[in-house]
Design a protein around this ligand. Sequence first.
Ligand code: F6P
Length: 346
Amino acid sequence: MSEAKKIGLLTGGGDCPGLNPVIRAVVRKGINSGFEIIGFKNGWKGLIEGNASALNFESIAGILPKGGTILGTSRTNPYKKEGGLESVKANFKKFDLHALIAVGGEDTLGVASKLIKDGITNVVGVPKTIDNDLSCTDYTFGFDTTINIAMECIDRLHTTAESHNRIMVVEVMGRHAGWIAVEAGLAGGADVILIPEVPIDIDEVCALINRRHSRGKTFSIVVVAEGAEFKKGMMVTREEKLDEFGHVRLGGIGEILGKEIEKRTGYETRVSVLGHIQRGGSPSAFDRVLGIRFGVKAVELVIAKKFGRMVALAGNKIVDVSLEDAVKALKTVDMELYGIAKEFFG
Ligand code: F6P
């Protein structure tokens, strides 16, 4: 057995652009600092099953610009699996891990935070999610790529909407928080932006569209987050089945909204659901750099034995925050920012 201390690494939850830059940075910084890096496959599933292999410079060659994660991911929750926690503990021992770096969103890092209380103390978190809804960090990596993809789609929809004098409803991701809708909508010049934080007032939406059209405009772009609701607690779902973290599969609000807008305003309306296109493909420069900085910092926290911490972005500095605090509550849209977006409605 090698003498080097081992760091386990896993990526969990929905994939997002920037995961591979984090993996590459953890492997580089880790090996340069005398550690061995063990990559667990498919999130917590790999740690439960003991499915892992050592990562070296060869394993990370050429992965920087690639979307997704070379480690694979899943929405597996060890606390929802018979004997899951025991298997995680046993494999931690079996692989002789000194520490674990968990890269994920609220669910994956929520598990990481629980594990610490259950005796697996040497854990460090790295915040990932296209939704940008993790607390204690200004940004999660993945978000920037997603809003750029969504913005480009909105730009493209503008030209066809204008040519056909149509209303275009664009459904973007964002389960509990409307960051993608607000920032992509602002950047793409949306005429109405609807988010999970503010229940949809259909009368107001139609009034805004009518006001715009009364000024001579013949088309409008409405951006709606998939988690937006007409009434609080009434999300539109594609599937009622819950995943291991208690989430339903969202999607479909755009269709309902589009029909309602067409019925009430009389303007021809089309709906585009951007879906997983927003999550695929190459990370932006911002997400690559953020992922790299997070990965290096995560190893530094292991070296400093600062466990139970999550790396985070504060202004332009990479800092560390309490993992427990980061997963306590979601970071919802800043209403000041939404206020700015509203200046451009209608
Ligand atoms: O959590 C990120 C996210 O992209 C959400 O915006 C979305 O609701 C969900 O994942 C989709 O998950 P899945 O890829 O499992 O359908």
